[in-house]
Design a protein around this ligand. Structure first.
Ligand code: FMN
Length: 337
């Protein structure tokens, strides 16, 4: 299987409840080299559940795009993989890192790291079922006594996986502690397939540090991109020039947020957008004046009309109080809108 060959060095991580099509489009405009869908149930896909299938569509402008599936049953993963090909993604990804109880209980996500024989069966079945690059995302292992990322990566390489994303925390850690990038380095040293480093990369400097310390081929950004989609452009710029770009000022941030809201409204309608924004609005406003209170107020609002009115009121208050920065609106609007 050929190595992944992307234009950008920075990849958007799959994030359930976050990386829907509008979010991916914004990240793409800021230079994400590859974007992934939210994790999608292989069972739901195989059953043709409309609830599940709505995770799969994307816009052409999102390419290259990877669709991520998860599940514990080999035959179901295989038929879901075949079914997903109808959507013509560039990459198919398998989730072997999810720490969520509901997923683990069924033996899917990171639970599969405990059973490498079963894991290999799934991986081989899926790789053989499709003719596009198959990638896989793992954690370092189940717990600190069972860190087996290298063994898993070597098996992946042998089974024909094109690239492996490593989030170097164990399942037991969930999101606690620090990502241990030395695990990414051990994986990179052990295999010749593409290695994507992930975990706690949220600034241009941390991205460069991860490349330097681990030798990984790409970095993957999750939480660092929520509400801050310009991070892709900032990392790329820093990697190429060594120059740190200033954070966009609040006026630009509100422009990006409003653009995102418009895309969401088109994508999921008024009610769906209101619910969806409740999970991410605080990330978008973070760092702004009195943002905690503003997010709390916005989360309580009952209609999109009220949401937008409140947001406008808040943005006017923030912008009246903001010190001008060196950022020129045109710099980023060109990419964002
Ligand atoms: C809200 C949220 C949802 C996530 N959903 C997924 C998912 O659907 N599939 C997956 O492989 N990882 C998922 N992850 C894990 C991320 O892809 C990533 O591995 C993790 O957040 C560490 O990277 P970061 O430090 O850049 O956030 C999720 C993480 C968050 C915060």
């Amino acid at each position: 299987m050929a190595k992944l060959n992307l234009d950008g060095k920075v990849i958007l991580a799959p994030m359930a409840g976050i990386t829907d099509s509008p979010f991916r489009r914004i990240c793409k405009k800021f230079g994400a080299g590859l974007v992934y869908t939210e994790m999608t149930s292989s069972q739901g896909i195989a059953r043709g559940s409309t609830q599940t299938l709505r995770y799969l569509p994307y816009e052409e402008e999102e390419r290259p795009i990877g669709i991520q599936i998860y599940g514990e049953d080999t035959a179901t993963m295989e038929s879901a993989a075949v079914e997903v090909m109808k959507w013509k993604p560039d990459v198919l990804d398998m989730n072997f890192g999810c720490p969520v109880k509901k997923v683990i209980k069924k033996g899917a996500g990171s639970a599969l790291l405990k059973d490498i024989v079963h894991l290999e069966e799934i991986v081989r079945a899926v790789v053989n079922a499709v003719d596009i690059p198959v990638t896989a995302k793992i954690r370092s292992g189940w717990d600190d006594k069972h860190v087996n990322a290298v063994e898993v990566a070597q098996m992946f390489e042998d089974a024909g996986i094109a690239a492996i994303s490593v989030h170097p925390r164990t399942r037991e850690q969930s999101f606690k502690g620090k990502a241990d990038w030395s695990v990414i380095k051990s994986v990179k040293d052990a295999v010749s397939i593409t290695v994507i480093g992930n975990g706690d990369i949220n600034t241009p400097e941390s991205a460069k540090k991860c490349f330097d310390e681990t030798g990984c081929d790409y970095v993957m950004i999750g939480r660092g991109a929520i509400g801050r989609p310009w991070i892709f452009a900032h990392i790329e710029h820093y990697l190429k020039t060594g120059e740190l770009l200033e954070e966009p000022d609040d006026e630009v941030k509100f422009d990006i947020l409003n653009n995102y809201i418009t895309l969401e409204e088109k994508f999921r309608g008024e009610f769906g957008t209101l619910n969806h924004l409740k999970t991410s609005i605080s990330w978008f406003l973070s760092g702004m004046l009195d943002s905690k209170k503003a997010s709390e107020d916005l989360v309580r609002v009952k209609t999109m009309v009220d949401f937008k009115a409140k947001l406008k009121e808040y943005s006017e208050m923030v912008l009246k109080n903001e010190k001008p920065s060196n950022w020129q609106l045109g710099d980023i609007q060109e990419i964002a809108l």
